[in-house]
Design a protein around this ligand. Structure first.
Ligand code: 1GP
Length: 235
């Protein structure tokens, strides 16, 4: 079976970078899914992530199913909580919020959902999720009730990411939070990526093509764009 993680690793070895468009199920109109799929393909994205901090209806599964039908690229769940699972996706980032000290997001939600996940064919990719301070309180900070790592403390981010790698996590996600006023700094990305062997994902507050390129150059293997795509800025 073709594994998404294997292709991410292959790309990392070749120095090939990937762009991800993040779709928040709450913000899309399922009736216009084909138009959305066209826009995603035009953006040059390699993957789509689906997920959100809050969902106001139960359209998650339907959204994943429709996206999977309309898209030519893999659909990966980026769950805001353990209710966000769907058999229609190709893979799921199995996140542990390792920058925080809230047991619920470190291991509680994961234990609750593991038996259900084991019954699906979803590819489960263990990912150390690291929240970085970004100038304002983001939804993920508020909802997870955890403190982000200060931007000027790359050593703490490096230590956290290394611990994630040593615990066997397959990727590290440096997150400034959706709609962040400041994305994760280049210095922070450089410090973390040069200490790690596993792929580094960076997202939150990245709004322009120039910023995407800078983020790749700083060492990100995968860049995630959500809000700017919704606003029609990265097409
Ligand atoms: C959020 O990293 C993602 O989890 C994307 O953030 O919406 O700011 O692009 P934006």
């Amino acid at each position: 079976m073709k594994s998404i993680y294997n292709s991410i690793i292959k790309d990392k070895k070749r120095g090939k970078k990937s762009l991800v468009i993040l779709i928040d199920p709450d913000k899309i109109n399922l009736k216009k899914i084909d138009k959305l799929a066209d826009k995603i393909h035009q953006s040059g994205a390699n993957y789509v992530f689906v997920g959100g901090s809050l969902l106001s209806d139960n359209s998650f599964e339907k959204t994943v199913e429709q996206l999977k039908k309309s898209l030519k690229i893999p659909v990966i769940i980026f769950p805001g909580n353990n209710l966000q699972i769907s058999k229609y996706a190709d893979a799921i980032l199995f996140l542990s919020l390792i920058s925080g000290r809230n047991p619920e997001y470190l291991i509680g939600q994961q234990v609750a959902v593991a038996p259900l996940l084991a019954k699906t064919k979803l590819e489960v990719i263990s990912t150390g999720y690291i929240l970085i301070e970004s100038g304002k309180i983001t939804s993920v900070e508020y909802i997870s009730n955890t403190k982000p790592i200060p931007q000027d403390k790359p050593d703490i981010a490096v230590a956290t990411a290394l611990a994630g790698q040593m615990l066997g996590m397959k990727m590290i996600y440096l997150e400034a939070g959706s709609g962040a006023s400041k994305p994760v700094s280049e210095k922070m990305i450089q410090s973390v990526s040069k200490h790690l062997k596993i792929p580094v994902i960076v997202g939150g507050g990245i709004r322009t093509k120039k910023q995407i390129q800078k983020t790749f150059k700083a060492g990100a293997d995968i860049v995630v764009v959500g809000t700017a795509f919704e606003d029609g800025e990265v097409e």
